[in-house]
Design a protein around this ligand. Structure first.
Ligand SMILES: C[S@@+](CC[C@H](N)C(=O)[O-])C[C@H]1O[C@@H](n2cnc3c(N)ncnc32)[C@H](O)[C@@H]1O
Length: 231
């Protein structure tokens, strides 16, 4: 395997090819430029929600026992100011390259690793975590809100009462678009990197309401920023 070869997903007869593609694009070489281009340029210029907004979300929402879902390079967890110096971290991803890179970057916290598909019930303890983050993950998952909303059920089950889910996702509908944003959303659809066709704020709110008694969605550029609390 070369550094350009996408990481392979766990064997599963039922894995939707679009789910496989959504995480395979994060090969080692692409992760090498991810922080600079995706977080540094695309978030600010194209999606119009700078990474600084996401960093503040982490700082205000991450708890001591934290589950990071789809950590990518581990950038946000690395920069996060946790409530204590010794947070208990778990990193969950389908892609082993993302797990390797983020776990290496966060080695000082000795994170636990979980390779799993978000569309399936998660092999994690229930009612355990103070917080879970899903930053820039939902827009990569196919199927529309009525299909991928099940992820919120899976995550809610891992949070202790009062635990908080937070994150962001790029939307394709119901948010202010400019020409560059519209063009780049379509280009990401063409490449299969984004699978957020039809994703709008109302659909996200509807799914959050199913599994979380309290939630909040705000829009910045083409990005939904969400927090939700388990009862
Ligand atoms: C765009 S990256 C976001 C990385 C990071 N959270 C950030 O904000 O920079 C999406 C992440 O979600 C993971 N992912 C995509 N589909 C997944 C699935 N079905 N199950 C678990 N992880 C998945 C990818 O492997 C990748 O780490």
């Amino acid at each position: 395997m070369t550094s350009d070869t996408p990481a392979s997903a766990p064997e599963s007869a039922e894995l939707d090819p679009r789910i496989v593609h959504a995480q395979q694009v994060y090969s080692r070489s692409r992760l090498g430029i991810y922080d600079k281009w995706v977080l540094g340029v695309f978030c600010r210029v194209v999606w119009r929600c700078p990474a600084g907004v996401m960093r503040r979300l982490y700082n205000s929402s991450a708890g001591n026992r934290h589950l990071d879902i789809g950590p990518g390079t581990g950038y946000f967890v690395d920069k996060c100011r946790f409530p204590t110096k010794t947070p208990e971290l778990t990193l969950l991803d389908l892609n082993s390259e993302c797990l390797d890179m983020s776990a290496g970057r966060l080695a000082r916290y000795r994170p636990a690793i979980c390779q799993a598909n978000l569309m399936e019930p998660l092999p994690l303890p229930s009612r355990h975590f103070d917080s879970a983050a899903m930053n820039l993950v939902f827009h990569t998952i196919p199927g529309g809100w009525d299909t991928k909303g099940i992820i919120l059920k899976h995550v809610a089950e891992t949070l202790r009462p009062g635990g908080v889910l937070f994150g962001t996702t790029v939307l394709a509908e119901g948010v202010p678009m400019n020409r560059l944003t519209s063009k780049m959303v379509l280009e990401q659809h063409r490449r299969g990197n984004f699978q957020n066709q039809g994703d709008d704020p109302a659909g996200l709110e509807r799914q959050l309401a199913k599994y979380f008694p309290e939630y909040r969605v705000t829009i910045r550029g083409a990005v939904a920023i969400f927090t939700a609390t388990v009862g």
